[in-house]
Design a protein. Structure first.
Length: 390
């Protein structure tokens, strides 16, 4: 594809919508060539003539739909960025989009600000690739520039790290959409399995009933995992509303609720009073629910459990903590504590390995840090930092 002369192809069968997008794009990008087509087939013909770097396409169109057109373009030119515009969202569309490599999709009616924000990033990425190619070509001219090439390598590592972080954020957004749309088929699996058991259970062989129970159990576990993934994604996407939050009051409420759930358990609790921090109350409630919930879970095998919430000072700085006398963990596995799906007590205690990852993300979004210390069969302490009111 030709460099230094950016072009965009807009494929939309609705004439008014197409012209509106062309007009807005021309105003937004006066130095970029804007081409258009009214269906997938004419879009392919325009692509062959103009070799655009970015394709914005509707999905449902006559003659040839946008998915088919995008698939053909991506098969020949995988570097071309494709944005799909659709009036609906379902699992089959999302899976097909992933399969052919569509870069982004937006729901109609299209928010032009969101669309142009995506195109801005794509243009920046394309021009950055061109810039890097020019630098690389310049470095090849003379061996005397080897030192400059080494410096550039370090720069590129930093840039790729930043790109990776941006890609992870975009992946979280896409994962949220995919996970959200997977809930419906899971509900169907559970519902129809239940109907089979209720209406035809007696006619089914024992082994078949066992298979059905395993299907329902697996779909329930997958549903729980999707819920946790959505929760993790939501933590990264939620807008933070800062204000004073009484963590002591939240901790007392959460522990009281856990005690009501398991009234037979004997648990001693210690809560330091008047710990007030600056943060988002909803997220910090979720943080304490995860940390105190873990402490409650991992002390379940103690005849008398002890759970504390309080504060201390480390290197002269105030630090908050949740401490228990539960199962604990080996410190050699400390680095795995906050890695998603990494569980240190597989099979012994229920869980999906998402809670501490979510807790860490909440703390990081508040500009703090979190770490854990523990000893097997003697308990664990999780320390975290937050802006504290006095």
């Amino acid at each position: 594809m030709p460099e230094e002369s950016l072009s965009i192809l807009i494929v939309e069968d609705d004439a008014a919508a197409r012209q509106s997008l062309v007009n807005l794009a021309s105003l937004r990008y006066p130095d970029v060539a804007i081409h258009c087509a009214d269906n997938g087939l004419s879009g392919l013909e325009s692509f062959a003539r103009h070799s655009p770097h970015i394709v914005v396409t509707d999905i449902t169109m006559p003659v040839m739909d946008g998915i088919s057109m995008a698939g053909q373009i991506k098969s020949l030119h995988p570097e071309v960025a494709v944005i799909a515009l659709t009036a609906y969202s379902d699992t089959s569309f999302l899976m097909k989009s992933i399969e052919i490599g569509i870069d982004h999709y937006l729901l109609k009616p299209v928010d032009s600000d969101k669309l142009f924000a995506i195109i801005d990033k794509m243009i920046a990425g394309i021009t950055e690739v061109w810039r890097r190619k020019h630098i690389e070509n310049a470095l090849r001219v003379s061996e005397s520039e080897l030192k400059a090439a080494n410096e550039l390598l370090e720069l590129r590592v930093n840039e790729r790290t930043a790109d990776l972080q941006a890609a992870i954020q975009e992946q979280e957004s896409f994962s949220y959409s995919v996970s959200h749309d997977l809930r419906a088929p899971l509900r169907h699996i559970n519902s129809f399995s239940a109907i089979l058991m209720e209406e035809f259970g007696e006619a089914l062989p024992k082994q078949a009933r066992g298979y059905l129970e395993r299907i329902r159990g697996a779909s329930c576990r997958m549903g729980a995992l999707i819920d946790h993934l959505l929760e993790l994604s939501r933590v990264g996407r939620t807008e933070i509303h800062l204000g004073p939050v009484n963590l002591s009051g939240l901790a007392a409420t959460i522990l009281a609720g856990l005690q009501e759930t398991d009234p037979w358990r004997s648990v001693e609790t210690g809560i330091e009073e008047n710990i007030i921090v600056l943060g988002d109350e909803s997220l910090l409630r979720q943080l304490l629910e995860n940390l105190l919930g873990n402490a409650w879970k991992y002390t379940s095998k103690r005849s008398v459990a002890r759970i504390e919430f309080g504060s201390t000072k480390i290197a002269g700085e105030p630090v908050l903590l949740v401490r228990d006398n539960g199962a604990g963990f080996e410190m050699k596995y400390q680095e795995n504590l906050f890695v998603a799906f990494q569980r240190l007590h597989s099979g012994e205690f229920e869980g999906d390995g998402i809670g501490l990852t979510t807790a860490q993300r909440i703390i990081h979004r508040h500009g703090g840090d979190i770490w854990g210390e523990g000893e097997v069969d003697k308990g664990a302490t999780f320390y975290f930092t937050l802006p504290i009111y006095y």
